[in-house]
Design a protein around this ligand. Structure first.
Ligand SMILES: Nc1ncnc2c1ncn2[C@@H]1O[C@H](COP(=O)(O)OP(=O)(O)OP(=O)(O)O)[C@@H](O)[C@H]1O
Ligand SMILES: [Mg+2]
Length: 311
């Protein structure tokens, strides 16, 4: 393991608001940590929409068994994809039998290590049936199967809901990152999320007395092209309004300095990763966000170890 903190960290990407860049930032930061900083990373796609899985499968040339089965025999013969049958549903469907690592973890590439627990549309039915044991299943899997001996970081991509998935992700997480689109409702959204976290910590106070669940920071995502000086000024103003908001003051939140930049490629190519592109602007944007992420982890780890976790 290359991590200086001797212990892998689990980070959820979450916002109950949809389409704010959770999946995009999760995979971009994770992939950049792997590629630029030689960190080993396990992605977990807990969202039944499985957007993270689709994008990583495209990038690493993997096909799910169900999609492969639907191909014609001609297509099957010509297929150069690796076929995979493992998904996160194994973990949820029978929470009494704990899967082995190989049952649900897919290695995307051998070295440096980058792996995925794929999402699965099947798990959408769990929304109504989630029980305490299923909500504990991911945490239990990570602890019992000693996943943090294998990975520097575990990144969980959450759906835009407050549901069984959110609780399951939070129960396993050390930290969470909140991508935020710029609009006047963002303040309310962040406030709501912080209240949810507090409630989860209260409901399961024994777990969270031993283990921190900290907001690592807010990452601003413009979501639209900033075309001119006026829209740039509007973006800056809205950022300032959020940062200065009275409603959020009590949470003492950290805001990433570097906002995510708008990039039309995300809507065109499922397997686009900024760090692999030759585009200097997007390339250095994701590098800077990733470096801020690393600094932030160091800061939080140190403070939590020393028990001075105020900022
Ligand atoms: N900085 C950006 N520039 C351009 N497009 C972006 C940017 N961030 C996100 N997008 C696009 O916006 C859409 C939503 O992004 P993404 O899927 O990452 O959000 P999400 O929060 O995970 O959504 P959901 O809540 O549905 O899971 C996607 O089509 C994505 O490609
Ligand atoms: Mg998503």
């Amino acid at each position: 393991m290359t991590e200086v903190n001797h212990h892998g960290k689990i980070v959820s990407f979450i916002n109950m608001k949809g389409g704010v860049g959770k999946t995009t930032l999760c995979r971009e930061i994770g992939y950049t940590l792997n590629k630029e900083h030689q960190k080993s990373i396990l992605f977990i796609d807990i969202d039944p929409q499985a957007n993270l899985t689709q994008s990583l499968y495209e990038k690493f040339h993997i096909l799910s068994k169900s999609l492969f089965d639907n191909l014609s025999s001609e297509e099957k013969k010509d297929s150069t994809y690796t076929i995979n049958n493992a998904t996160i549903s194994r973990l949820f469907n029978d929470s009494k039998i704990l899967p082995e690592k190989n049952d649900i973890i897919v290695n995307l590439k051998d070295d440096p290590k980058i792996s995925l627990i794929p999402g699965d549309l099947q798990t959408v039915f769990l929304e109504r049936n989630g029980s305490t044991s299923t909500e504990n299943s991911l945490d239990k899997f990570i602890v019992r199967r000693e996943i943090l001996n294998d990975f520097d970081y575990v990144f969980i991509d959450c759906p835009p809901t407050y549901s069984f998935y959110t609780t399951t992700a939070f129960n396993a997480s050390d930290y969470y990152i909140v991508p935020v689109g710029i609009d006047p409702y963002s303040i309310l959204g962040i406030d709501l999320l912080e209240q949810v976290v507090k409630q989860i910590q209260e409901d399961d106070f024994r777990r969270f007395d031993d283990k921190s669940l900290k907001n690592m920071g807010i990452i601003f995502n413009p979501l639209n092209y900033i075309s001119n000086a006026t829209s740039k000024r509007q973006f800056e103003n809205q950022k300032r309004t959020i940062k200065k908001s009275k409603q959020l003051k009590k949470y003492n939140l950290f805001y990433f300095d570097e906002p995510f930049t708008y990039n039309s490629k995300y809507k065109e190519e499922l397997d686009y990763f900024a760090i692999d592109s030759n585009d200097k602007k997007h390339n250095s944007n994701i590098k800077e966000i990733t470096e801020e992420f690393i600094d932030r982890v160091k800061y939080l780890n140190k403070n939590i170890r020393e028990g001075t976790d105020n900022e």
